[in-house]
Design a protein around this ligand. Sequence first.
Ligand code: ARG
Length: 463
Amino acid sequence: MAKLWKGRFSKELDSRVNDFNSSVSFDSAMYREDITGSIAHVSMLGRQGIIAADDAKKIASELAAILDDIDEGKLTIDPEAEDIHMFVEEELTKRLGSTGKKLHTARSRNDQVAVDLRMYLRKRIDEICGMLRKLIETLVAIAEKNLETVMPGYTHLQRAQPITLAHHMMAYVEMFKRDMTRMFNCFELMNFSPLGCGALATTTYPIDRDFTAKMLGFDAPCANSLDGVSDRDYCVEFCAASALTMTHLSRLSEEIVLWCSWEFKFVELDDAYATGSSIMPQKKNPDICELIRGKTGRAVGDLTTLLTMLKGLPLAYNKDMQEDKEAVFDSVDTLKQCLSIIVPMLATAKFLPENMLAAGKRGFINATDCADYLVKKGMPFRDAYGVVGRLVALCVERGVTLDALPLDDYRKESELFDKDVYEAIDLITCVKGRNVVGGPAPQAVKKHIEQIKNTVLKPIEEQ
Ligand code: ARG
């Protein structure tokens, strides 16, 4: 296809250069934003008398028709086109003849692509936040059912202190809540319109940048045209927010992988969300979690791609920037795919409270509580720590747990021990005792759940 910019050139482009240069295979994903942006641009051109109002109207309605035709599958995007911007303009000119050629007045692809990508990402951020909200809803539902489901809390993957499944799930809620905020922040910072920045230095036509910014839902036009066409901070910020969200999903996935193992058996995945082995008949594998964990690498890679691509670029637009889209699109697709699968997987998973409790019982996770028992009776903490350390060693030697150790043995270590020690080191007592803001006590977690329901989970119209 002849290039729209062919005037300056005396030779046809080498077909390898054509392929190398082309971005239509991926930027066609932004056809809707491209056409919407063009409609705003041409409406402004008409309003300002830069082109005849009649022509502007014709162009705008033909652009709308092109959009419908692509939506309905009546028009396929030509894979030979240089990019989506060229394709749309060429199609318009095919349909309208020389009137179509007026669309690109007072504009460049450099501001055009920047507008398109911002609009595209705004939409994706909305979708992702909706999905994060669903995930939070699912985790809260699990938490509500498991306020008293005692399990070991870990440090160094060693059983440490008693918590509940609710408390554990709500930790992830906090992470995903921050992820949502990061996505919103990214949206807010990028919601400025590059349209009218032109190739780099705006234009001599009397354009109205405020009008197009408003029409396209931006807060204002970008304040500097060089920055407007060369800023890709929003891509970096989006990929950073995505990579961190993926990292959180990956940590959760890693825990589910562990919890599915016979070594833990804290959870049983629904058959619809697990997979088998081609050789080992007994296997039920948490492939979904492993894939989420694995795909996190791509998200981190996308972020690295963008930062590396940008770091040496002089102002303003450089073709390197065409590489931004594949990284951004890959992050969008990966994150959305992972979010869409983890929600039903979690919602259908069966947690196994008996196994969690059994693990808790075997881990001396009430040892701190046992020491605190002595402290409450007047012993300095460091001494109490020593006493309980020796008791634990005795239990290990005998192969018993602290609650099975006879009172005599306790009293040999300290006269302060009495039979109420057994109540004090009961796991549910230990959990209930941690009734501090942010703690695992059912009451404390319940408050946290309420707070989440009244903020993140509140329907938008009630916020
Ligand atoms: N396909 C290009 C991109 O993605 C559009 C901008 C092209 N601008 C240019 N001056 N060649 O960045």
